[in-house]
Design a protein around this ligand. Structure first.
Ligand code: TYM
Length: 323
């Protein structure tokens, strides 16, 4: 069975982009893969975090995995900082295979660093920690949204370089990006990807009430035209809304275009608001089933399951290096 590994940073509520780009894929893949899902808390601290909020966010993200349908009987859910091998391997990769020029080329770093006055070294080094996360578990496939593709490609490059320089050690992973929904755009600015850090009206949080989500959708930026057509270059707002509806209702975009031929934008948005509200109510209902204690028990159980896997790969790496 092939292994999949992926993770989400506990830096606030998840949004529809995280769900479509990552979580929903994981839920489907877990049935026929050895599945490992991580709450990547060491990635969260690359920018300043409030101690209490971080603790609560770690539990909240793990709870979202469960509410989305990750089944702890089929998949492993664990917290990155519980497994010391992640940071150990990141250090080793820093010294052996990673180059300054690799990291200087990372578009996410350039974007995140431009928002900080004096960014941490961790923010710069973040893709190496992500490579360590992936390589520690002999991962075949990394299901992520489009914005993480460059990081997964770096993990591949580092694995190849290490294997070349020190002997066959790592499995070479590949990214898995879904054809639709890998890049959900912001509602208020559909030329940029949906993101927690942009602002209130940019994203639909998985914890938004149906009323709040409806307001955001009704206000979503569109265009001065009246046609409901998928055309990301000229109609980014309508195209993004079509993508969201097509995933939620499991319908083809072409069929939705036909269905909405004679409808105005208001009616179209109302339908999306109804579908999103239904989805959110269902998700939030499921999330209520897991107490903090239950979530922490699942994370502790996950820790026990991944500990020997990570230790085995790190031991091999150390041997290859003569440590
Ligand atoms: P993060 O926490 O920023 O995002 C989590 C996942 O959500 C996807 N995503 C989106 N997908 C579609 N449309 C969007 N607008 C959108 N915004 C976010 C991301 O692509 C991601 O899959 N570095 C990673 C976390 C990480 C990781 C890993 C992932 C750390 N180690 C190892 C995979 C494997 C990150 O910051 O994702």
């Amino acid at each position: 069975m092939k292994t999949i590994f992926s993770g989400i940073k506990p830096t606030g509520d998840l949004h529809l982009g995280n769900y479509f780009g990552a979580l929903s894929q994981w839920v489907d893949l877990q049935h026929d893969h050895h599945s490992i899902f991580c709450v990547v808390d060491y990635h969260a601290i690359t920018v300043p975090q409030d101690k209490k909020a971080l603790h609560n966010n770690i539990i909240a993200i793990a709870r979202s995995y469960l509410a989305a349908g990750i089944d702890p009987k089929k998949s492993i859910i664990f917290r990155q900082s519980d497994i010391k091998e992640h940071t150990e391997l990141a250090w080793i990769l820093n010294c052996t295979s990673a180059r300054m020029s690799d990291l200087e080329n990372m578009t996410q770093y350039k974007d995140a660093a431009s928002k900080q006055i004096n960014p941490s070294v961790g923010l710069f080094d973040y893709p190496i920690l992500m490579a360590a996360d992936i390589l520690l578990y002999n991962t075949d496939t990394v299901p992520v949204g489009h914005d993480q593709l460059q990081h997964v490609e770096l993990a591949r490059d580092l694995a190849k370089r290490f294997n070349h320089d020190y002997g066959e050690t790592f499995k070479i992973p590949s990214a898995l990006i879904r054809s639709e929904g890998s890049r959900i755009m912001g509602l208020d600015d559909p030329t940029k990807k949906m993101s927690k850090s942009i602002g209130e009206n940019n994203c639909i949080s998985l914890n938004d009430s149906p009323e709040v989500a409806t307001k955001k959708i009704m206000r979503a930026a569109t265009d001065s035209d009246t046609v409901i057509k998928y055309d990301p270059a000229n109609k980014p707002g309508i195209s993004n809304l079509l993508t969201i509806l097509s995933i939620l209702e499991n319908k083809k975009i072409k069929d939705l275009e036909k269905e909405f031929t004679d409808c105005g934008y208001g009616q179209f948005k109302q339908r999306i608001a109804n579908s999103v509200s239904k989805f959110l109510t269902n998700f939030q209902e499921k999330a209520k089933h897991y107490s903090d204690e239950q979530v922490l028990t699942i994370l502790a159980d996950g820790q026990k399951q991944v500990e020997p896997l990570a230790a085995t790969v790190l031991a091999k790496v150390r041997t290859q290096l003569g440590l």
